[in-house]
Design a protein around this ligand. Sequence first.
Ligand SMILES: [Zn+2]
Length: 281
Amino acid sequence: MNSDSEIRFPPELGKVNVRWFDTHAHYWDKKIQDPYPLLDRLFESGLEHVVNVGTTADTSRQCLQMADRFPQMYVAAGIHPEDCHALEGRVEDEVEQIRNLIQSRRDKVVALGEIGLDYYWQTNYGKPLDKPLEKAYFDAQLSLAEELDLPVIIHDREAHGDCAEILKAHPGVTGVLHSYSGSRETARELIKQGFFVSFSGVITFKNAARVAEVVREIPDERILAETDCPYLAPVPYRGEINHSGMMILTLDAMARIRGSTLEKTAALTLENGRRLFRLKT
Ligand SMILES: [Zn+2]
C-alpha cells in the first residue's frame, strides 16, 4: 500500500507520443503537496493544457496564482454546491466576488465553475442539505455566465432532474457536464442545448457499464476528458492521488469504448477543449 501523499505515474507516461487536455483539475487541493514540480513534469510529458478549477472565491484566487506560473494553465472560477453551505455572506455578495475576480483576469479565466447541484452531499458529510441555497447559487452563477459570455463547468451529483430544469431556464448558457454520470437521455438533451460532456477516471471503474454506454454515443465534436484530480484516479490507481498524467489511462479506456485509438482520442478531446474554452494557442 502507498502512503497517502505518494504520487505514482503510469509507466506509459512519457513513452506514448500524445498531447492531451485535462479540462478539470484542482491543483490547489492540499492533498497534492508539491504541485509545481509535478506540473513541470506533466507539461514535459505531453500535457498541453489544464483548467485549474476553483470551488469558492478563495480557491479560485489560488487557481489564478498557480496559473500565473504556467502559460498552459487556465482557470475556472465559481462556487461549488458543496462549498456554498459553508459561506456566510449573502448569495449576491459571494457571487459578486466571483464576478470581480473574473472581470479582473479575463486573460486566464476561461469558464465559470465549478457550479451546479449536489444532493449526495448530505449523506457524505452529515450536514443538512439546503437545496434552495444550492439552487440559488447555481441560478445566480448561470446568470453571471450569461452576462459575462463564459462557458460553465457543471457539477451534478444525484440531482439530474433539477439540474436539467435550471439549465433549461438559461438557454443562452453552454459549457460542460463534468465527470458525467447521468443518463443517455439527459446527455442527449443537453448536447442539443449546446453542452459538451466530459469523462473522468470513473469510466475505468468496474461498475462503469452504464456510463460506458454514454461514452460510446457522445458525438465526436462534444466529448471531453478530465481528471478531477486529486480525486477519481483511474484503475489501477483508484483511491490514490490523481493527476493529469493518469489521464492517459482514462483516454485509453474512452478510446477502447469508442473503437478509436489513444492518440486520436487525445487529439479529439484536446481540440474540443480548445474550442469550448476559446483558447487561442
Ligand atoms: Zn471538480
